[in-house]
Design a binder for this molecule. Structure first.
Ligand code: PHE
Length: 450
């Protein structure tokens, strides 16, 4: 029965552990790799503004709702949503939120692991000194050489999946806590250092303007959908990862303050990453809309030019890989937690989840070489998987969570769990959840997909 599954996975040591774990989940490839490249593809400042609005209007309220649900349920999202839908007498579709999340989790993990594999390759490339004094052409050639080789990509994808499974199999608490506590601050320091370099490049002002000057003519329906999707992707929302971490959160911790901290840190890392990458793009006459290779073709130029760049560059990619690692763990955890609640051993559940995601990942590996010409709907296999999960499934999951908590959960249950001293905070949040967040998501969907 539900009651004996509750809390079986353990509770984080403190509120700070939750902040670290949730930040570990949120800060990842989404911030350092994806945010700059989709900003480049969608014309810059206007897109950034849309993204920030989406974070505030939809991301933060939904994140609070998702953690609240997790903490009330204290189980995997599938079981939590089944129990909550029943308890709040909501229509049965809401109990499916957990299932949809688990499916998106498989898809996301499958391509996330492939891209994280690239960062592993770059640790090696950096350490070997390949980029010292490198110009833009050398950096670009090195990247396309990597993508052209499916076997290397497959090997790296496999390695990353094993790393991820290795931590999950041991239980999230032990593997994750120490790592994140030490390494996230280090990643921050590195980013600030790189920002220092970017400021000295001749393209800094142009990079700054590209990110922060608003030109409405650059916005189209598609880019608004991408901005919305990314605000969910970067905060790990709408697919159960944050709900699962919420299930391990201590009962007395303040939800609102905690979540503002996580959302703030996540946004900061993304903006700083943009402020590093675009000045390098413009200083070297590169193309901002270069796509998924943007980070891998720009940062090596910076490291190549810096004194001690080989060492710093190696360390940087180690940190990015770790940021990706702590995110990947949270992507797989909902499905694993569900299987464990079903009586499967943690080791076996991890193996099956990782194997399935690994298999789907082969499609992404091939999207960059053998199948690069095979395009349909939104592009390659990878493009479609990315669009489907980030831009459709995650916002849809987020909308369902907003409607469920906003409209079906009894007010006193929500207020009791949120436990804010200031009543006005609750009122504002609930209003956003009931009206603003679902409407914004709906509008963007209708506009973007029609
Ligand atoms: N938020 C992570 C990132 O930005 C990715 C992620 C998506 C993590 C979904 C968990 C769930 O890299």
């Amino acid at each position: 029965m539900a009651s004996n599954k509750r809390g079986m996975h353990g509770i984080w040591g403190s509120r700070w552990t939750f902040i670290l774990a949730a930040t570990g989940s949120a800060v990842g490839l989404g911030n350092i790799w994806k945010f700059p490249y989709i900003t480049g593809e969608n014309g810059g400042g206007a897109f950034v503004l849309m993204y920030l609005v989406c974070i505030l209007v939809a991301g933060v309220p939904v994140m609070i709702a998702e953690v609240l649900l997790g903490r009330r349920g204290r189980m995997s999202p599938i079981h939590t949503m089944q129990a909550e839908a029943k308890e709040q007498q909501a229509p049965a579709v809401f109990s499916g939120i957990g299932w949809m999340g688990a499916v998106s989790g498989f898809f996301i993990l499958s391509f996330y692991s492939v891209i994280a594999g690239w960062t592993l390759a770059y640790i090696g490339k950096m350490a070997s000194g390949e980029f010292s004094g490198a110009d833009a052409d050398t950096a670009a050639a090195s990247f396309s050489g990597l993508l052209a080789d499916p076997w290397t990509l497959l090997g790296l994808h496999t390695l990353f999946m094993i790393m991820t499974g290795g931590v999950i199999a041991r239980g999230v608490k032990h593997g994750l806590e120490d790592g994140v506590r030490l390494l996230m601050p280090l990643l921050f320091v590195m980013l600030i250092m790189l920002l220092g370099y970017a400021i000295t490049t001749p393209g800094f002002v142009q990079g700054w303007n590209f990110l922060f000057s608003f030109d409405a003519s650059k916005l189209n329906a598609d880019s608004i959908v991408v901005a919305l999707g990314h605000s969910f992707f970067t905060l790990s929302l709408g697919m159960g990862a944050i709900m699962t971490y919420g299930a391990y959160m201590p009962a007395e911790a303040s939800l609102t303050r905690t979540i503002f901290t996580v959302a703030f840190l996540d946004t900061l890392v993304a903006l700083v990453a943009g402020l590093i990458i675009f000045p390098i793009v413009f200083s070297n006459g590169l193309e901002p809309a270069a796509g998924p290779g943007l980070m891998f073709q720009t940062l090596p130029i910076a490291f190549g030019a810096l004194p001690g760049g080989t060492l710093i560059g190696t360390a940087f990619f180690v940190l990015v890989a770790i940021a990706a690692w702590s995110s990947a763990i949270s992507i797989a955890e909902p499905a694993v937690a569900w299987a464990v609640e079903k009586g499967v051993s943690r080791g076996r559940a991890t193996f099956i989840v990782c194997l399935l995601a690994w298999l789907i990942g082969v499609g992404t590996v091939l999207s960059f070489n053998e199948w690069s010409e095979v395009t349909f709907l939104k592009g390659t296999f990878f493009d479609n998987l990315d669009f489907l999960t980030s831009n459709l499934m995650m916002p849809l999951g987020g909308m369902a969570i907003a409607i469920f908590v906003g409209w079906y959960m009894r007010r006193e249950d929500a207020e009791g769990e949120l436990n804010v001293a200031d009543h006005r905070v609750f009122t504002v949040w609930r209003f956003m959840l009931r009206y603003l967040s679902p409407l914004a998501i709906l509008l963007i969907f209708v506009k973007g997909l029609s």
